[in-house]
Design a binder for this molecule. Structure first.
Ligand code: ZN
Length: 351
């Protein structure tokens, strides 16, 4: 069912499946979490408290449907209703954060890029933290960021070269093709996935790779898993649905993991190689009924089960890592360990 509403700018529209273009039935998904973003996007949702999500009955893709129309989105952004996040006031603190947040992702991307050094394009470069780490590792960097203030922060405050304000769409070009495309929490925001993929295929060298991280509902370890189905996102990918999208544009998976990051939860990391030979996307279709069951039943059960373990994840990882290390020290020399314990605790607390 496809309806396009043009008479009301704030209305939502039903869209075909963003991956397989299916226009038939969609299986509705139960959203139980509070939408932390809907206040920000409120005008687009006409007072609804939650966005609506569905699994495509043909390919199982989890996406927002109905969703704000492209015209209402354009109006929303150009009429000053969108309020981007505050820029960091403390430059040094941001650099520390960027090292903490991006280092594992950048290391993983480089390790799976097939090259020790090369050129990288980041899609959705944000404040420039990831590109800063790439340039410290002697990579030639390019970045696109839709938010003008963030792009300016990256170029001026951080001094990252070649960060431009704009979208990666059908008008996007680079002078020279790059070895690697890096994309951290960006694909779930793209309204037009095909325009992004066409642009990537234009600017990536044959044999080049794309590293993608996205929040995911699958294999979750947290109570926030279903909160990813919110008004700030259009899609929630799994490794299979990413492969469905990528295979249409000639990309083949090199590796993926749901356990790449110790710092946050429900994060899928994925690397694919550009072979310029489209493959059959139907091999990556997911069973829509199984997806619906997973999201509506299995996922909340997992979330409840894991809640006490994984709420406040990064602190807990630090605590658990500390406990494992403490056990090691205790086994080596119990008396010395007990004498030093107050100091250890003080240092852990100060982290
Ligand atoms: Zn579909």
């Amino acid at each position: 069912m496809r309806t396009t509403s043009t008479e009301n700018r704030s209305s939502l529209e039903f869209v075909p499946c963003p991956l397989c273009d299916h226009v038939g039935a969609f299986l509705s998904l139960r959203i139980t979490s509070k939408d932390l973003h809907i206040q920000k996007y409120g005008a687009l949702y006409a007072g609804n408290a939650l966005s609506r999500w569905a699994a495509c009955s043909r390919c199982g893709f989890v996406h927002q449907n109905p969703r704000p129309s492209l015209t209402s989105l354009a109006h929303f952004y150009t009429s000053g209703q969108y309020h981007p996040p505050e820029l960091p006031s403390d430059f040094k603190k941001y650099v520390r954060f960027a090292n903490w947040y991006y280092s594992e992702k950048v290391e993983y991307a480089i390790a799976h890029s097939g090259k020790p050094v090369g050129s990288v394009l980041e899609i959705g470069a944000g404040l420039g933290g990831a590109l800063l780490l790439f340039s410290e590792r002697n990579w030639e960097v390019f970045g696109m960021e839709p938010d003008e203030r963030q792009a300016q922060f990256a170029s001026r405050a951080l001094g990252v070269p070649n960060v431009r304000n704009g979208m990666v769409d059908d008008r996007f070009m680079l002078k020279n093709k790059v070895d690697l495309v890096f994309s951290n929490h960006a694909f779930e925001h793209f309204a037009d996935l095909d325009a992004v993929m066409r642009a990537i295929a234009r600017v990536l060298k044959p044999g080049g790779r794309i590293f993608t991280t996205v929040p995911t509902y699958l294999d979750n370890r947290s109570t926030v898993s279903k909160q990813w189905m919110n008004s700030a996102h259009y899609s929630l990918f799994t490794d299979r649905s990413l492969n469905q999208l990528f295979s249409r544009y000639g990309f083949k998976e090199i590796s993926h993991t749901y356990r790449g990051w110790s710092k946050e939860i429900d994060d899928l990391w994925h690397v694919a190689e550009f072979r310029a030979e489209p493959a059959d996307p139907t091999q990556y279709y997911e069973d829509a009924i199984a997806v619906q069951r997973y999201v509506n039943i299995y996922n909340p059960i997992r979330s409840v089960f894991y809640a006490p373990l994984f709420a406040g994840y990064s602190k807990r990882v630090a605590l658990l890592t500390g406990m494992v290390r403490a056990w090691g020290l205790f086994r080596q020399a119990p008396i010395t360990f007990l004498m030093n314990l107050p100091g250890h605790l003080r240092r852990w607390w100060a982290r």
